[in-house]
Design a protein around this ligand. Structure first.
Ligand code: KG4
Ligand code: ZN
Length: 337
């Protein structure tokens, strides 16, 4: 029988635990932290405190939801990094203690690899998974990369942002408009009622398959500053149009480079992953790209876009199969190098 894997994710502000039997998901419980909303961003100290409060009930709910007893667990997978050190520490310590008390192996997982590998989570025997090689656009709050996957853990970076991540740019645009945190889902929702042609923001001109979002953020800021000088209610009156216009610019840029990567590599399978892959315009545009270029496209289910432990479990499962276990002394890491 395939191994039963308990997985833990605590890299930022979501405390999550999942149970997988091999590549089949049995449960995936996510406790999102509301405490950060009033501060307009994640407060690291508060995040680790909330993880400490959430971790035991979340793991308990994941085991319960999967209908398994903790003594049946064959391995514990955990996110080792990158992320907020204080947040990671809670999940890593919990995973170590849990595995040690059961006498089962530990598997360390890289958060970004987990986002990409979320496409291999199976909810049924019919679940379609990508074949190698495939291209994955990884877009989250901290990363924006175009990856070429030759196997589960062979991920070549074809292009990436040279400054801000796409999610960061969206969140900053939302913050400038005072839309709350995280701004991505709010912009997505408001944009549906707006006109994307109302305002024009130039697509950054960056060579190759790389991205850059910091100039866009600055031009958005200056644009609004000038308009607000003429009309202090400018943002309030044009909120939906502003959201639709900035979203179209960012998504257009993301898809333009993704299409270029497809053309340059000749790879016929394309996936998107990470928090920003929850964006409805991006999902639609990637579907359209697939139809236009006759590609097979993989769009993750909503629950697997933003941070979740199921993706850690699937990455942990593939490492388990390779016998790639972690030592109990391994510390978390905030950055990759
Ligand atoms: O992957 P994730 O949950 O955390 C990181 O690893 O960073 O990504 C979070 C990012 C945030 O920037 C959030 O605003 C963005 O994903 N996001 C969205 C949407 N949902 C989440 N951005 C645009 N549209 C959405 N619907
Ligand atoms: Zn993430």
């Amino acid at each position: 029988m395939s191994p039963l894997i308990l997985s833990i994710e605590s890299s930022c502000d979501d405390t999550s635990a999942a149970v997988l039997r091999g590549d089949r998901i049995l449960s995936n419980v996510i406790a999102s932290q509301k405490v950060h909303e009033q501060y307009g961003g994640v407060v690291p100290e508060l995040a680790s405190r909330a993880h400490q409060q959430n971790i035991v009930p979340v793991v308990d709910a994941a085991l319960h939801g999967a209908g398994v007893d903790r003594r049946e667990v064959d391995a514990v997978a955990f996110t080792r990094g990158p992320g907020l050190l204080g947040s990671l520490m809670v999940g890593v310590s919990f995973a170590k203690g849990f595995a040690q008390s059961l006498g089962v192996p530990l598997v360390e997982v890289n958060h970004l690899q987990a986002h990409v590998l979320s496409h291999f989570i199976k909810e049924s025997d019919e679940s379609a998974v990508p074949q190698f090689p495939f291209i994955c656009l990884l877009v989250s709050g901290g990363h924006t990369q175009i990856l070429l996957l030759r196997s589960h853990f062979d991920m070549e970076v074809l292009g990436q942002t040279i400054d801000d991540a796409a999610g960061e740019a969206i969140d900053k645009a939302a913050k400038i408009m005072d839309l709350g945190y995280p701004g991505g889902p709010v912009i997505d929702r408001l944009a549906k009622e707006g006109n994307a042609d109302a305002f024009h923001f130039a697509t950054p001109n960056i060579p190759g398959l790389d991205y850059s979002f910091s100039g866009l953020k600055t031009s958005f800021l200056y644009f609004l500053r000038d308009r607000l000088a003429e009309d202090p209610d400018f943002i309030e009156k044009n909120k939906a149009d502003l959201c639709a216009s900035i979203q179209r610019c960012i998504v257009g840029f993301l898809v333009k480079k993704l299409e270029r990567a497809v053309k340059e590599t000749g790879v016929r399978q394309v996936a998107i992953a990470g928090g920003v892959s929850a964006n409805s315009l991006l999902r639609g545009e990637v579907e359209r790209l697939g139809r236009r270029r006759h590609l097979q496209v993989f769009i993750p289910k909503m629950q697997f876009c933003t941070d979740n432990a199921a993706m850690v479990g699937i990455a942990g499962y593939f490492k388990f199969l390779q016998g790639d276990f972690a030592d109990i002394s391994l510390p978390p890491y905030a950055r990759e190098n």
